[in-house]
Each structure stands twice: as C-alpha cells, then as structure tokens.
Design a protein around this ligand. Structure first.
Ligand SMILES: *[C@@H]1O[C@H](CO)[C@@H](O)[C@H](O)[C@H]1NC(C)=O
Ligand SMILES: *[C@@H]1O[C@H](CO)[C@@H](O)[C@H](O)[C@H]1NC(C)=O
Ligand SMILES: *[C@@H]1O[C@H](CO)[C@@H](O)[C@H](O)[C@H]1NC(C)=O
Ligand SMILES: *[C@@H]1O[C@H](CO)[C@@H](O)[C@H](O)[C@H]1NC(C)=O
Length: 308
C-alpha cells in the first residue's frame, strides 16, 4: 500500500513537470555526457574556439579517421588468424589534427603496444615495448566477450598477433584522443575501461562503412583478372558516403590496400555523431594505371556471418 502510494505520488510529481532525475539515478556515461550537454553544439575542426571541455569533443585531434585494410593473407593462418570473407578489416580510429598532422603515443602510462612503431618519437622520447598481459585480457575482464568475438572476426592483423595490433592502435592513437583521457572518466574510473570503450568506438565507426558491399554494388569485386581506375573506386565510395576517402595502394600505386574515411565529430568519439568529409591526403593509388583489387588466398579467409 505504501509502495503503491509512493508510485502514484511519483507519477503525479512527474506529470507536474518534475525532472525524471529526481526519481531515477541517471546511468553513468564515460565521459559524462550530461556535462557535455551544456557545451555549444559544434563539429570538431569546424569552430574550435567553441570547444572548452575536451572530454566532450576530440581536441586537438578533431579530424577523425576510420581506417580499413584490404589484405590478401595474414601470415598467421596457422594460428587461426583468418580474414573475414566478403569484408574489409579494421585498421583503427585516428585523431588527426585539423591540418592533417598528428600526435602519437601521448600517454606512456597507457602504453600497451608490444612493438612500438615508431619506437622513438620525433622529439627523442623512447616508447618502451609493453610486456604485460595483452589487451584482449582487459576486454575479457570487463565481460565483453561479444566485443572480443567481433574484434577477432573483423580486426585482423597481418604479420603480428591481433591482440598486439589492438594494443598498438590504442597506445598510438587513443591516448591522443581527448575524449578517452583518464581524467574524463572521473574518480570512479576502473583501470582499462578506456581501452574497452575505445574498442567499442572503433567497431561502431567501422560498421558505418561496409566497403566490400559498397564497391561490389558498383561492380567492383576482388579480381585477379581485371583492374579498376582510381576514379571508379572513388565514385563508388562517394555514392554511399558523400565524400571522397583516402585510398592507399602499394606496388607503385597499382595494388589497392587501404581506405581511410575522414570525419568531423559532433560530441565524443564514444557517443557522438560522425560526419564524413573529404580526405585531406592525396591518394597513393595511380591516377593513370589500372589498380588491382586482388582476390584473397582462399585459405586465408573464413566465413564469419554464419550462425555459430
Ligand atoms: C555529470 O554531469 C552532470 C551535469 O553537469 C552532473 O550533474 C553530474 O553530477 C555528473 N555526474 C557525475 C557522476 O560526475
Ligand atoms: C564560433 O563559435 C563562437 C561561440 O559559440 C561564435 O561566437 C562564432 O560566431 C562561431 N564562429 C563561426 C565561424 O561560426
Ligand atoms: C615504379 O615506377 C617507376 C617509374 O615507372 C619505376 O622506375 C620503378 O621501378 C617502379 N617500382 C616498382 C616497385 O615497381
Ligand atoms: C590473387 O592474387 C593475389 C596477389 O598475387 C594472391 O595473393 C592471391 O592468392 C590470388 N588469389 C587467388 C584466388 O588466386
């Protein structure tokens, strides 16, 4: 009876316009985006003078790149490290400065890269190799086996173990992304929570760009018999993204290897909105020669979309 009365009076109070937060505790977010609600609404790199709270918008690294690879083998096939069939793979999520320059390894207290590259920063700082437990154990400790399973399928390294590559991406790039600063997590920060949140943000950004399907829809499929022009590739991608990404090629610009999608972000990388913008970097693919988009070695890939 008392409980029912409590509920009724709560509902009456709500109707009377009281804010819900006086009855329910708001879920905690990292960073605290309730505090960000008071900030002016602006995309990163568009009006940088308005951004005061760097936990709310990536600053100065506001030109955010979601990068992907097209590899044809991993070199670790024997360890079961296989590429996902009919999909590009994740490289990372990078905070370039608005002018296209970038910082790296910004917080050596969060250095989880077993093979730092570069091992010495331009200012002479040495980045020591990490020898502790690999970052996949951090994700498991937070119970995020769903995230780990996705990363194993789509965030696949060539020439190194996946976990080392993930640690590299976090240490080199996320430590320079202001919205993942430990200070933004407040006093109840749990160690490595920022690492798990970064991996979630990377996956969220990657899912915006099904590169394989976008290209295939324009008749551009991996082939060891034909080649494509740079314009054909760019036109196909622009048709679904509204912008021209960077395309990276090897072998003198004739073998397609990477795509980088550029963004301005409104709000944090964790929760905010990504607006696709044109690449600020000129493609390394040939403008005149045909470009190979090679088929993979069949034993280097696996079906990932079947039910377990
Ligand atoms: C988050 O920010 C809001 C608005 O500034 C504030 O009321 C709330 O106390 C903050 N929460 C925490 C856990 O710091
Ligand atoms: C940038 O934001 C400031 C403060 O919100 C505003 O006064 C100014 O007009 C904005 N500048 C541009 C170019 O939009
Ligand atoms: C790249 O092209 C240049 C100029 O055509 C040529 O001299 C060079 O040997 C080529 N390199 C490779 C790796 O094919
Ligand atoms: C296609 O060519 C690439 C590059 O030479 C090679 O690695 C791959 O195994 C080839 N795939 C098939 C299916 O022949």
């Amino acid at each position: 009876m008392a409980a029912a009365f409590g509920l009724v009076s709560a509902l009456l109070a709500l109707q009377a316009g009281a804010s819900a937060s006086s009855f329910f505790s708001l879920p905690r977010t990292y960073p605290n985006i309730s505090a960000c609600a008071a900030e002016p609404i602006a995309y990163s790199c568009e009006n940088t003078t308005t951004i005061k709270n760097t936990c709310c918008s990536p600053t100065p690294g506001g030109l955010v790149l979601q990068t992907q690879f097209w590899d044809t083998y991993t070199g670790f096939e024997k360890k079961g490290q296989l590429l996902p069939k009919d999909s590009w793979t994740i490289h990372g999520l990078w905070p370039d400065n608005c002018d296209g320059s970038f910082e790296q390894y910004c917080d050596l207290s969060r250095q989880y890269d077993p093979a730092p590259s570069p091992a010495v920063l331009p200012d002479g700082t040495i980045v020591p190799a990490y020898t502790g437990p690999p970052v996949d154990t951090f994700v498991a400790e937070f119970g995020r086996l769903d995230l780990l399973a996705y990363m194993d399928k789509y965030w696949v390294s060539q020439g190194s173990l996946n976990s080392g590559f993930w640690g590299h991406e976090f240490a080199k790039h996320a430590t320079c992304t202001s919205t993942f600063d430990v200070a933004c997590y407040g006093p109840d920060y749990k160690k490595n929570q920022d690492v798990v949140d970064f991996f979630d943000a990377v996956v969220r950004a990657f899912k915006m760009y099904p590169t394989w399907e976008i290209l295939a829809a324009s008749g551009i499929q991996p082939s060891n018999k034909t080649t494509y022009s740079l314009t054909q590739l760019q036109t196909a991608l622009k048709a679904q993204t509204g912008a021209i990404p960077y395309l990276g090629c090897g072998q003198n610009g004739t073998v397609l290897q990477e795509v980088w999608y550029f963004h301005h972000v409104l709000g944090s990388e964790q929760f905010g909105h990504y607006k696709t913008v044109d690449s600020t970097t000129t493609s390394s693919c040939s403008k005149t020669a045909g470009i190979h988009y090679y088929e993979r070695t069949p034993t280097s890939e696996r079906e990932v979309r079947l039910l377990p």
